[in-house]
Design a protein around this ligand. Structure first.
Ligand SMILES: *Cc1c(COP(=O)(O)O)cnc(C)c1O
Length: 376
């Protein structure tokens, strides 16, 4: 049986978790391992500020609060995304405006954003699907002209770049996920990246239950107190210890995933060239992180048969997402702007192959033999 996903495990994680518990005796948030993760992310990605959170979802919630959006404001996002992209902004009372995706990358179609902007629009949320960047120069230029905040949902984009810049560091705020299904993991976790230092204080306050505790620790105030909105968004240092072990080996993990990605891609190219299936496009400006490998079947019926065929042969394949604009909550909290040219039709055809750190050659071959058997 080849599962669809196995959580990343490098092998040094438990040494660090033990160090947190037995040596550091610091297991709540913002201990030594959390600081090491922050420094690693800031240095490696050139981020002004990184703060670990309890999930990618709560990183997006922090970004939503920091964006200053509220009831009556509109947020532009793709419909083809995970629910958290929407819930974070729905929770602060914003109205969701869904825009179509490009069929080649399944990212928001930058050419359809401007038509969705009204005088209530405050934020645009590019989601870097499969760790492949959205057309960020165009999106940033539109945002500048219309005075919009850009929140990058880079949950899948850790270690990916656009024109050499790390995803998550281009917009005003960037959000990472360290869920077990992502490239680097702490079980449940995430990070929010902040581009402009003027937001640092508020971010620390939001993350620490609305208190100015961080300023107190730095000796900037002589007592700490409740000063603003907030919640508890900081993860345990044990989880950060687990993550740090993987960040230290980020290149090895990335190379390993890319190896699987290219193996699949080369094996499937002839089928794609023959017009039998479609494969992901990687624009020239983008360096991706092999977060996932997907292909597109002819239609929903063929995809259903494909997944059943693979399952019978012990290979776990999976699809996503039910477009948010046609979901029960999406109908209540949002609307689709323009025509749904690709979102529904393309998401019906898309299927993901097993992709995880340290897949064996045998696993990779088994997956490919079965995919090729189905389509030939
Ligand atoms: C995984 C994911 C999230 C949510 O991250 P969690 O850590 O699971 O909360 C948000 N957006 C996208 C695009 C994701 O893939």
């Amino acid at each position: 049986m080849i599962p669809f996903n196995i959580p990343p495990y490098y092998g040094t994680e438990m040494d660090y978790v033990r160090e947190a518990a037995e040596t550091n005796r610091k297991i709540c948030g913002d201990g030594p391992f959390t600081k090491r993760c922050h420094e690693w992310i800031e240095q490696r990605f050139g981020a002004q500020k990184a703060l670990l959170t309890t999930s990618g979802t709560t990183a997006l919630e922090m970004a939503a609060i920091l964006s200053g959006v509220g009831p009556g404001d509109e947020v532009i996002l793709p419909s083809f995304t995970f629910s958290s992209t929407a819930t974070a902004f729905q929770m602060v009372g914003a109205t969701l405006v869904f825009v179509d995706v490009r069929p080649d990358t399944m990212n928001i179609d930058e050419s359809k954003i401007e038509a969705a902007i009204t005088d209530r629009t405050k934020v645009v949320v590019p989601v870097h699907y499969a760790g492949v960047a959205c057309e960020m120069d165009t999106i940033m230029e539109i945002a500048r002209r219309h005075n919009l905040v850009v929140v990058e949902d880079a949950a899948q984009g850790v270690m990916s770049t656009y024109k050499g810049r790390a995803l998550g560091t281009i917009g005003d705020f960037g959000c990472y996920s360290f869920h077990e299904t992502k490239n680097y993991s702490m079980g449940e976790g995430g990070a929010v990246l902040i581009r402009d230092a003027e937001h640092n204080d508020q971010a620390e306050i939001i993350r620490e239950k609305g208190t100015n505790r961080q300023r107190f620790f730095r000796g900037q105030v002589d007592k700490y107190t409740w000063v603003d909105r907030g919640s508890s968004y900081l993860p345990s240092d044990m989880n950060a210890a687990y993550l740090f072990a993987q960040l230290e080996h980020a290149d090895e993990i990335n190379d390993d995933r890319l190896h699987t990605w290219h193996f699949y891609d080369e094996a499937l190219r002839p089928l794609a060239e023959g017009g039998r299936i479609e494969l992901p496009t990687i624009p020239e400006e983008c360096v991706h992180n092999a977060h996932m490998y997907y292909l597109k079947c002819r239609d929903l019926a063929e995809r259903t048969d494909f997944i059943a065929f693979m399952k019978e042969r012990g290979v776990g394949c999976s699809f996503h997402y039910v477009p948010l604009h046609s979901s029960p909550a999406g109908l209540r909290f949002g609307r689709f702007d323009g025509k749904d040219e690709f979102t529904t039709s393309e998401s019906d055809r898309l299927v993901r192959l097993p992709m995880f750190y340290s897949m064996s050659d045998e696993d990779r071959n088994t997956v490919m033999d079965n995919v090729l058997a189905f389509f030939s």
